[in-house]
Ligand binder design. Structure first.
Ligand code: UD1
Ligand code: CA
Length: 454
């Protein structure tokens, strides 16, 4: 049976007090709606239909790469009205999972259980039992069988005592949606077309309504304001951290670790506190990441040690390298095995060969550096003339003295030496020494100025 996914995302999100539509607010670095779409994709849904309204063009732009079908709900007349907007594009057969764009953490596992539970009945919902379900639609049961959902505002005192609530996640037979949705009325406390009224319609049609609980409670938490967003971010992060630890990653403190993307890792990876990992990253066996590092779309091979407060963005680091503290590897930094990059060294769009070192205060941009070379403290590749960028090429086993400026385009040959403090504007041949500095002046018995008497 084919499954469609319908995502409700038309609401305004007034309580966020943001210019960004609610479903574009980020959780773990990705828009709320992105999480829901990713989960929908894992279920091999035949089509993903997203209902948009507020901030429509922005929402559509943000997902222009995704294969989703957009349906507009120009006026927000209620959840039932929203789903009704999909009927012209909704298949007559199969089932639909109905999700909310602002309930981002629901898992494939929970949805699969909902699908399975609903196969027989044709309709099922995800419910959760809590101490205080204030605000939510309550699940009314008779002899254990679901009879209806009553919205908090429409509920009587007795119904408000019910602890089982509707999480807003449903699985419904498409033929039934085509039959029921046109019959919804808005005669209720909020004057809205309630999607929840289809439950009573199912009962009237003689169907049973299935229900499942989420595997973890936070899966069904919605985001209405920034406080809930921050709380959900923490729960999401804790859950990810727990999974990483179960798979063998050593997180020194899981409450001070943030993964905003996807991490691939080897054995015995150790991550100190306050590290942020973004995008797609890979850490090889025995990699150690010091406190406060930010690592984005970067690969670090086995055995490499990263000292605190180093920043990586689209970099590739070989095995057994030593990086930091306070190193900055920018896009296109490619370090071979055994490379050392020390404090306040910035590397951009440059390759550095096996065993080469730049240990202190340097800018290496648009450079190709061979193996076994030493880049002295304060070396700058002057790659930019204000209009164009040029390359610096340094061979193997070269020695660049401290505080040298290498004015690109320039080529330093294998085994060449550059004297400290040089401004190198011409190529340096293999195994030669080049230096460029004015002669030192000496004045003997020099008398320093004295302080003036007042
Ligand atoms: C709804 C359920 C309630 C459930 C709760 C769970 C109804 C009538 N009630 O409450 O039983 O406990 O969710 O959170 O369905 N939306 C639209 N268009 C609209 C209205 C809403 O797209 O016209 C979207 C919202 O953007 C949101 C979702 O539907 O993503 C749920 O809307 P919300 O207003 O939060 O739900 P409630 O009606 O409060
Ligand atoms: Ca809500």
């Amino acid at each position: 049976m084919s499954t469609s996914v319908i995502i409700l995302a038309a609401g305004k999100g007034t309580r966020m007090r943001s210019t960004l539509p609610k479903v574009l607010q980020p959780l773990a670095g990705r828009p709320l709606l992105k999480h829901v779409i990713e989960t929908a994709k894992k279920l091999n849904a035949k089509n993903i239909i997203t209902i948009f309204g507020h901030g429509g063009p922005l929402v559509q732009q943000a997902f222009s790469e995704e294969n989703v079908q957009w349906v507009e709900q120009a006026e927000q007349l209620g959840t039932g009205h929203a789903v009704k907007m999909t009927l012209p594009v909704l298949p007559q057969d199969g089932v639909s999972l109905i999700l909310s764009g602002d309930v981002p953490c629901v898992t494939q596992d929970t949805l699969q259980r909902l699908l399975d539970a609903s196969t027989q009945t044709g309709i099922g919902i995800v419910t959760l039992t809590v101490d205080d379900a204030t605000g939510y639609g309550r699940i009314v049961r008779k002899n254990g069988q679901i009879q209806a959902i009553v919205e908090h505002k429409d509920a009587n005192d007795e119904q408000r005592q019910i602890k089982e609530f509707n999480t807003g996640i449903y699985c419904v037979n498409n033929a039934k949606l085509h039959q029921w949705l046109p019959q919804l009325s808005n005669e209720n406390a909020q004057g809205e077309y309630y999607l929840t009224d289809i439950i009573a319609m199912a009962i009237a049609d003689g169907l049973d309504v299935a229900s499942v609980e989420p595997t973890l409670a936070f899966e069904v938490e919605g985001v209405n304001d920034r406080i809930q967003l921050a709380a959900l971010e923490r729960e999401f992060q804790q859950d990810q951290a727990k999974k990483l630890m179960q798979q063998g990653v050593h997180l020194i403190d899981p409450s001070r670790f943030d993964l905003r993307g996807h991490l691939t890792f080897g054995q015995d990876v150790r991550i100190d506190i306050n590290v942020i990992i973004e995008g797609d990253c890979e850490l090889g066996d025995h990699v150690e990441i010091g406190a406060g590092c930010i690592i984005k779309n970067t690969k670090i091979a086995a055995g490499t040690k990263v000292q605190p407060y180093s920043i990586f963005d689209n970099a590739v680091v070989g095995a057994d390298a030593q990086i930091g503290p306070f190193a900055r590897l920018r896009p296109g930094a490619k370090l071979a095995n055994d490379v050392h990059i020390g404090n306040f060294v910035e590397v951009k769009n440059s390759s550095i060969g096996i065993g080469s070192k730049a240990n202190h205060f340097s800018y290496l941009g648009d450079a190709e550096i061979g193996a076994g070379s030493n880049i002295g403290a304060g070396t700058i590749t002057c790659n930019y003339d204000g209009a164009n960028k040029f390359k610096t090429i340094i061979g193997d086993a070269a020695f660049i003295g401290s505080n040298s400026s290498l004015v690109a385009p320039v080529h330093i040959g294998h085994g060449a030496t550059v004297g400290a403090g040089s401004v190198i504007t011409r190529d340096v041949a293999e195994n030669s020494l080049a230096f460029e500095r004015s002669k030192q002046v000496a004045k003997e018995n020099y008398q320093r100025p004295q302080k003036l008497k007042k």
